[in-house]
Ligand binder design. Structure first.
Ligand code: V47
Ligand code: SF4
Length: 371
């Protein structure tokens, strides 16, 4: 069925494992990253992708809401966060949140992606108000909000357990969590780049509790800074092991580091080769994840389109106003229309599928119950 030459013969064992549906190990993962046979390894990823999804490629009509950029964590790779006294810092009031949602109220937005910095001035009630306000203005959209980093912070300031925090937030409208905050789960990288942020154990613990409470989450990996290939693969394997236990991950999203306006601005942009290798490695290592997203905001619309042939099955969303990557120098558009999204996908030879947050395909007329 799948017969094509591999120009890197070291990939042969991986090919056999993939064809037999056997799990890849740490060494296989490192080899996948090292191999320069992009078409060979890409074909393996495409085989797995097609087995799961055929020619379907998903996207969602969504809106990002960043409620504050004040953050005490000071991750060295971040261009988004500001100190509370900074003239460019902001924290949105409920009126401003309402205004932001009303600006686009006539669009069929199905998901609100809501994240912010760790702002010590905000009480737990702020986050409850935030969810309730969003729910009131947009009752039919799914709220995908808060990373494990924020949830850990909420537990500290509220005195509640992590499960208690989820219970409250879910009652106020939280339906899913995005995948940020894990960066690269390595103590070495953490000490170098984000010593103040929660580490691997806590991130995994919070996410596993989210899954146990019935919340699905995504997972990400920030690559292209100081991490080694071995650390990338170990990160993927840790996610795979958690998924074996909880089955709560929905999608994995490799995030290409953008260095502009950060302390690491000397680092070059990731290459297209590395961006595609990350999609390939994710699809082949994460054999228990349904969805691999090519996040067009980070790798650009043009490469995201190609990524669909290298293992990705989802292009994330229309977005319109993205801050975290654009503050760090991303040159991609700020948003895409549904038509742009659809033709990007069909021009690449795939069938565009507009979805909701849970990968149900939706009526693309946009008429069905989005408010
Ligand atoms: O956690 C921060 C990363 C993440 C930079 O779950 C940077 O559907 C690149 O998690 N260059 C937030 N990346 C974004 C995120 C996300 C995006 C899209 C979809 C989903 C999802 C999740 O962005 C942060 C951090 O890892 N980040 N700074 C930077 N300079
Ligand atoms: Fe804060 Fe997140 Fe930026 Fe780190 S990446 S400084 S936690 S906003």
């Amino acid at each position: 069925m799948m017969d094509f030459p591999l120009s890197d013969s070291r990939l042969q064992t991986i090919k056999e494992k993939v064809l037999q549906g056997r799990r890849l190990d740490q060494d296989d993962g490192v080899l996948l990253y090292q191999s320069k046979d992009l078409l060979g390894k890409g074909k393996l990823a495409d085989f797995v992708r097609k087995k799961r999804h055929g020619r379907k490629a998903f996207f969602i009509y969504n809106q990002h809401v960043n409620y504050t950029n004040v953050c005490t964590n000071q991750c060295l790779f971040c261009a988004f966060s500001k100190d509370s006294g900074d003239e460019n810092s902001f924290t949105l009031s409920m009126d401003q949140i309402r205004d932001k949602l009303h600006e686009r109220i006539n669009e069929p937005i199905r998901e609100l992606h809501v994240v912010g910095g760790i702002n010590p001035a905000l009480p737990f009630s702020y986050y409850m108000d935030l969810l309730r306000t969003i729910k009131t203005v947009r009752p039919n959209a799914t709220i995908k909000a808060f990373t494990a980093v924020e949830i850990d912070h909420f537990a500290r300031i509220s005195g509640l357990t992590v499960e208690g925090v989820f219970k409250e937030l879910m009652a106020a409208g939280l339906a899913m969590m995005p995948g940020g905050g894990a960066e690269v789960m390595s103590q070495r990288v953490r000490q170098t780049l984000f010593p103040q942020k929660i580490g691997k154990e806590r991130w995994m613990e919070v996410i596993e509790k989210a899954h146990a409470c019935g919340l699905s989450t995504n997972a990400t990996m920030l690559y292209g800074h100081v991490e080694t290939l071995e650390e990338r693969v170990a990160h993927l394997i840790s996610l795979r092991e958690l998924q074996d236990r909880s089955h709560g991950f929905s999608a994995f999203i490799p995030l290409a580091f953008h260095s502009q306006n950060t302390t690491l601005s000397h680092l070059p942009r990731t290459t297209a080769f590395d961006d595609l290798s990350n999609i390939v490695a994710a699809r082949l290592m994460l054999d228990n994840f349904d969805h691999i997203k090519a996040y067009w905001v980070m790798i650009g619309e043009r490469l995201a389109q190609i990524a669909l042939s290298f293992g990705a099955d989802d292009l994330d969303g229309t977005i319109i106003e993205e801050k975290i990557t654009h503050m760090a120098g991303a040159t991609s558009a700020k948003g895409m229309s549904r038509e742009q999204m659809r033709s990007l996908i069909s021009d690449a030879g795939f069938d565009p599928m507009e979805r909701d947050s849970f990968y149900q395909i939706v009526d693309e007329s946009g008429q069905n119950g989005v408010g």
